[in-house]
Design a protein around this ligand. Structure first.
Ligand code: SF4
Length: 407
């Protein structure tokens, strides 16, 4: 029997990030099941470093190449703490940049690609405390976008015709790279729509954007997604502004299937080949449609560090990757525009009334303010929304109470 420690380095996953809030190192959880089946003793280190379990083998996962320093720091710590243990690094960075990973982190071995035997196991959710689970209904992608490393990690597209035997929880997060490309997706969605866990229905969502070009070919998938209680669809719009008619048609398919525009987003890649003016036009078009934008700043697959600081007013170009057709100022302007547009779309306020503090107003707080002001029902009028926003801003600007001294 071996003692196996599974390690997720202390990645700087933003606590408020909508797109990362459902991140779990699912590969490590599958490895846990696989090793336990062989009679091994397994422990998990999730972000924090642990010294209470002396392992024979350590598996460290990796994510984006530009988070390589977090992987190196974890390997260095465990090397110092358990010098006799064999350290293996796998995951995205390890698969895309194996030589760099071996030399830079100082690990003993790099594992490239998906672990074939662990992949056949269900993740061991006893190691984590979550009310959702990760599911892959496929591996790989049918496309070869030049900015994406998926095909280097999983060269073939491998769809599943069923996930029924994997469903354990009431909320599923698909980690598929291209969910809609699965030719069996209708079957998978039908089984989710009919499945019950503890007598309750199952809901689902996708970590990646949806390939809307496939929705145009098979529009019935939108209704099937809705029937499977799919939440917050995001359409990917990586191409030119001239594709706007096609994107509009994809959004219409979603809205006709019952997805509210306020819960739908368009994914855009910026700081890449399209010029800043074209990206701004895409963002403006989404605003006109009343759709929020999920923006993704491009970083090359061979980048090993990202020093971008969103809250700084400016940075010099070599602190983070700025595409030759972009400037730091344009990167920040696009981000600011996306943020303010999203707030205006989310809360139904005119753009000239946007103020940054409204970004802190959560749905829960807004509902609570609506209740306090005596507004009922899901659909608030413009005047009611304006009143809620005014009340929120006034509460944010109230002076801090001063400490008093009572003798
Ligand atoms: S469609 Fe998505 S997953 Fe597939 S290659 Fe393009 S970016 Fe990558």
């Amino acid at each position: 029997m071996s003692r196996v420690l599974l390690v997720q380095p202390a990645f700087p996953i933003p606590s408020k990030s909508h797109h990362h809030k459902d991140y779990l190192p699912v590969g490590l959880l599958k490895l846990a099941t696989w090793r336990r089946k062989q009679g091994d003793d397994v422990a998990l280190s999730l972000g924090s470093l642990r010294t209470d379990f002396a392992p024979d083998e350590i598996y460290v996962t990796s994510l984006f190449t530009y988070w390589s320093t977090y992987v190196r720091d974890a390997v260095s710590f465990y090397r110092r703490t358990f010098p006799a243990a064999r350290i293996i690094v796998g995951g995205v960075y390890a698969s895309l940049q194996p030589d760099h990973c071996l030399n830079f982190t100082g690990c003993d071995e790099v594992y490239q690609g998906v672990h074939a035997e662990a992949e056949l196991c269900n993740p061991d959710y006893s190691l984590v405390d979550t009310d959702f689970q990760i599911v892959h209904a496929s591996r790989g992608c049918v496309r070869r976008c030049k900015f994406c490393g998926t095909y280097e990690i999983v060269p073939d597209f491998i769809p599943k015709s069923s996930v029924r035997d994997e469903i354990l929880k009431n909320h599923l997060v698909f980690y598929d790279n291209n969910l809609l490309a699965n030719p069996y997706l209708s079957d998978v969605l039908r089984e989710i729509s009919e499945f019950r866990v503890n007598g309750r229905v199952v809901t689902c969502e996708s970590q990646s954007g949806l390939d809307g070009r496939l929705l145009l070919k098979r529009p019935h998938m939108a209704r099937e997604l809705k029937a499977a209680r799919f939440r917050n669809p995001r359409i990917a719009w990586d191409g030119r502004f001239s594709q706007q008619e096609s994107i509009k048609a994809q959004l219409t398919i979603l809205s006709e299937a019952g997805f509210s525009p306020k819960d739908t987003q368009v994914f855009i890649l910026y700081n890449h080949d399209l010029a800043p003016a074209e990206l701004m036009a895409k963002v403006e078009q989404c605003f006109k449609w009343g759709i929020q934008v999920a923006d993704c700043r491009f970083r090359p697959l061979g980048l090993f560090h990202d020093g971008y600081r969103p809250y700084k007013k400016s940075q010099v170009d070599d602190e983070y990757y700025v595409h030759p057709g972009w400037t730091d100022r344009e990167v920040r302007l696009l981000r600011r525009t996306v943020r303010s547009n999203n707030i205006c779309v989310r809360y139904g306020i005119p753009r000239d009334r946007y103020v940054q503090e409204l970004e802190c107003l959560s749905h829960k707080e807004r509902a609570s303010l609506a209740e306090r002001l005596g507004y009922e029902g899901d659909r608030l009028t413009d005047a009611q929304l304006a009143e809620i926003n005014r009340t929120w801003l006034a509460s944010r600007r109230e002076p801090e109470p001063q400490p008093t001294t009572k003798g």
